[in-house]
Ligand binder design. Sequence first.
Ligand code: SAM
Length: 397
Amino acid sequence: MRLLELDELELVVEKLVAGGDGLARHAGVPIFLPRTAPGDRVRVRLTERHPDFGRGEVLELLEPGPGRREPPCPHFAECGGCDLQHLDEATQLRAKVLAAAETLARLGRVELPAPEVVTGAPWHYRLRTQLHTARAGSGWQVGYHARGSRRLVPIRECRVLEPRLEASALALAATLGTEAPGRIDLAVGEDGAIAAAPPAGELSGRELLRRVAGFELAYDARCFFQGHAGLLDELVERAVGAASGELAFDLYAGVGLFALPLARRYRRVVAVEGDRVAARFARRNARRAGLERVEIVASAVESWIVAGLPPDADRVLADPPRDGLAVEARRALVERPPRRLSYVSCHPAALARDLAALAPAFAVESLVFVDLFPQTGHLETIVQLTRRAGARPPGDS
Ligand SMILES: C[S@@+](CC[C@H](N)C(=O)[O-])C[C@H]1O[C@@H](n2cnc3c(N)ncnc32)[C@H](O)[C@@H]1O
């Protein structure tokens, strides 16, 4: 029977796909089922029906797959975060690594080496969070949006947050005045200081500090900052690696997490960051480290790269947002390939598309998955690529 004619059906989940949804099939047609486990037998109601795929929600768990557990968080059933809490950590990781590797192989169409996997603490790791607010009588409730909606789920606990960040998030509602922003971003510094964007209740937009790979980085809650307290050094080490040379570019540079360590290995580093606040912090961080050889360009990568990338750079490190590289960036990297390209990605499908586009100029040297987001379906990937011999620009020896 075709999906279009069906409402409820019984399915067995084959595996998780990138992002964390379970995949089952009806007459060969893939059906995506959030919050399921490989091996689950479930009765589902279809919520979306398309000719070549569907989505559904679980009405009843008929037989649990191996690795299922009672989700530790009391908000799991409602809250839109942490989609994998119903799986033990070993099962989460295995399923995420498999899903990401399959996505890269299927969409990336490139030969991939065996991946390495790096893990850290599974709880109390997150350094930043986005909270939402809603009025409750004369006061406020603070929490996260419910899954697939903008309804607020007020929180009593959030044990993926760094403990001081969790305490501040839980205390925030009581400190809000007559007006409160709808969304408040919180971040915690190394000394436990908390910054809010916008400032809210008793929390200001203060500057935070964190030491990573031997460099002191200043930032605030408006800036992107990597989320796992225990994996920052390793992330930087794996991304920057041991290669060295004259000229390196750090694209989508944030506050300089990779640019500063790159300057230990390259005589000159140019870091390109589109967000003006982050670029300003990056400039200050470089100055504070005494690294005048690091130039910060406050620009969108897609406008800068057209004329900014020279034909024979030693190194480009790129860490784009979820959408992956801008088309102009993909084109420039293929036309003017650096000797070495390091790609840090939080989205396997976008990474796979970009690897396929970069394949004429680069071969994949190594692949590392870093579990920066335990309890969720997300996984960070670091790919090291080297320029193919035939892709050398004219005149290069
Ligand atoms: C995934 S973060 C990485 C930041 C930094 N590499 C780090 O690890 O801390 C992506 C960064 O790209 C910036 N960004 C987003 N779109 C951009 C664009 N089109 N051009 C330049 N930077 C952009 C964001 O502001 C953010 O700082």
